[in-house]
Write a protein that binds this ligand. Structure first.
Ligand code: UD1
Length: 347
């Protein structure tokens, strides 16, 4: 009995793998390393002292994917593999649809073929679009505004159609708000390719002297200090949300049921910068620039459904998020750079 985690070496995948191992599950991971490094596997072992089974593959590769299902008894899947850069998705929509949609269809076809009908899917708060009222509950209208967001929304819709066609499926799309922070060991964290798009890694790279200054995307939003407000949650809390979701799909309840994973509390860009300054003990230079197209003023979750039905609630506060993100940055200035070679038996 094992849980398959797709995209298991990414930022969320690595933390989810650790919490799944800590919870006593056997896990099988695959990743194509398009935005992650093999070193992550060594770090997961270092942090948990538990073994896992790993395959390097792209989920669109049916043959290699089938091997995973033939060689392991998979009970359920946590599907995290996918591309996630909004800006890139606007320039390369087909790359996003091929990866995120075709990849997912290939995966669920394989699951169906091998009678694995329990799935937790990494969706995003981005499916609520620009007009949602805060706090955003799961019943808010859904709308996507860019190819990345549309790929998340389309997969959710595909999963709902799948359940209509076969009601043995048990599926939980998890709609993430803004995951930040890193593993408290300082050994696992986020290392975006190139210049970060997201706020927290940008702040830590400025603080570390890798980038010159922050750009705040607009200070004329209808918020108390004029900067955008988001629901930041610690990546370990997010990972624990997956453990709870797996417990739920394994409990035999069928259907497609989406849950928000957020804290229910919003912080502005300026509050985030100040929180990091306090932890780091250093001034973080910034300038105000134009709004980023597609950004909303305020976005935070109504997390009551996840608490009531999954028994999940975010535990870690802003200080811990900043502290852990900074520890990771200081200990790993160049991310997972390493000479670690994949052992032949893992490939
Ligand atoms: C972004 C994506 C969202 C995706 C999520 C993944 C957009 C429009 N949205 O969410 O679809 O699911 O990342 O984590 O890209 N900010 C700055 N300066 C920066 C970076 C960000 O001021 O250099 C501000 C933004 O305007 C926003 C806040 O910080 O108010 C958070 O931004 P970010 O971390 O990019 O997250 P989202 O935009 O919420």
């Amino acid at each position: 009995m094992a849980i398959l985690i797709t995209g298991g070496c990414g930022f969320i995948g690595a933390h989810t793998s650790v919490e799944m191992l800590n919870a006593g599950y056997d896990i099988v991971l695959f990743d194509n390393f398009s935005n992650s490094q093999p070193e992550v596997l060594r770090r997961i072992y270092e942090v948990t002292n538990e073994n896992l089974q790993f395959y390097q593959l792209d989920m669109r590769d049916k043959e290699r994917l089938e091997k995973v299902f033939m060689e392991n008894r998979i009970d359920a899947v946590i599907h995290l593999a996918g591309l996630k850069a909004v800006g890139e998705s606007i320039h390369l929509p087909l790359k996003y649809y091929d990866n995120n949609i075709n990849g997912t269809v290939t995966l669920i076809e394989m699951m169906k073929k091998h009678n694995v009908k329990k799935l937790v899917f990494s969706s995003s708060a981005t499916v609520y679009g620009l007009k949602a009222q805060v706090p955003i509950s799961e019943s808010s209208p859904l709308e996507a505004t860019n190819p990345y967001g549309r790929s998340k929304l389309m997969v959710e819709e595909i999963l709902r159609d799948l359940y209509i066609s076969d009601n043995e499926w048990s599926i939980i799309p998890l709609r993430y708000f803004n995951p930040v922070g890193a593993h408290q060991s300082g050994r696992l964290g986020e290392y975006p390719n190139g210049t970060p798009n997201n706020l927290a890694p940008y702040i830590t790279q400025v603080a570390a002297g890798k980038l010159r200054e922050m750009s705040i995307f607009g200070n004329n939003y209808p918020t108390p200090d004029g900067t955008g407000i988001r629901d930041y949650l610690h990546v370990t809390d997010l990972a624990l949300g997956h453990v709870k979701a797996i417990e739920k799909v394994m409990s035999g309840v069928t259907g497609v049921n989406a849950y928000n994973l957020g804290t229910g509390k919003g912080y502005s860009v300026l509050e985030m910068i100040q929180a990091f300054e306090q932890i780091i003990g250093k001034h973080i230079p910034y300038s105000i620039v134009d709004r980023r197209p597609g950004d909303v003023a305020i976005c935070y979750a109504d997390p009551t459904k996840a608490k009531a039905e999954l028994g999940w609630e975010a535990q870690k506060g802003l200080e811990e998020m900043c502290m852990d993100a900074w520890r990771w940055q200081v200990n790993n200035p160049n991310g997972y750079e390493s000479s670690f070679e994949l052992e032949r038996s893992w490939v």
